[in-house]
Design a protein around this ligand. Structure first.
Ligand SMILES: N[C@@H](CCC(=O)N[C@@H](CS)C(=O)NCC(=O)O)C(=O)O
Length: 207
């Protein structure tokens, strides 16, 4: 049985969504953020030295890092939600799988952290917004061409991209001026598996 170490209001919501899509049985161990620092509690370090979420355990095997967990689950489900057969789609699949945490999250996180700094924060976030806009424009252009990130079918690449786009919607300037991206988010949020994961995960401010 898979155990998901799930931090409230965090990236690990994606893993719950994915497990629901795959229909794999799992249990959730919930963690609350420190109200002052927003960091994960120290107990998470007992599961994995980085003490970040998500982390999963599967028959004693500990897997950390969202992208690695997502690939682990694709393998476990015999390729379901994995790379499409078509080569162009497969390349896009791999691109978005890495892009979500590798390129899109860093400026969003930077904005979040800088925004918390009194006075200086406001000016600093203004400098970050154009960096985020480059990503949002690119995502909008891509989603205007096909229904899902890899192609015609929903894949794990969409699951990876859900968190950066939810974060962008909440604090990164994503709004109705980018209709293809907003429509994609609405489509994701309407999925029964997404809603089921949300119900089981507890507090999540981005859906
Ligand atoms: N790239 C990593 C990032 C992991 C990460 O930073 N997780 C956040 C949750 S959104 C966390 O655990 N934050 C609490 C902390 O750093 O103490 C992944 O996708 O797994």
């Amino acid at each position: 049985m898979i155990i998901v170490h799930h931090l409230e209001n965090s990236r690990s919501q994606r893993i719950l969504w994915m497990l629901e899509e795959l229909g794999l049985p799992y249990a959730i161990k919930r963690y609350e953020r420190n109200k002052a620092t927003m960091l994960a509690p120290p107990e998470l370090k007992k599961v994995h030295p980085l003490g970040k979420s998500p982390v999963i355990e599967d028959d004693g095997q500990v897997v950390a890092e969202t992208g690695a967990i997502v690939e682990y689950l694709v393998d476990k489900a015999d390729g379901k939600l994995g790379a499409p057969a078509n080569r162009a789609d497969a390349l896009r699949y791999r691109f978005w799988l890495h892009y979500a945490e590798g390129s899109m999250m860093p400026p969003l996180l930077l904005k979040l952290v800088l925004a918390r700094i009194p006075i200086l924060g406001k000016a600093a976030t203004k400098k970050i917004q154009p960096m985020i806009d480059v990503h949002l424009d690119y995502v909008e252009a891509e989603l205007s061409q096909r229904p899902w990130f890899a192609g015609a079918e929903m894949t794990a690449a969409d699951i990876m991209m859900s968190f950066p786009l939810e974060a962008a919607r909440s604090r990164g300037g994503l709004n109705e001026s980018r209709p293809a991206t907003i429509a994609w988010l609405a489509k994701v949020h309407a999925r029964p598996a997404y809603q089921a994961g949300l119900k089981k995960g507890g507090p999540y401010a981005y859906a």
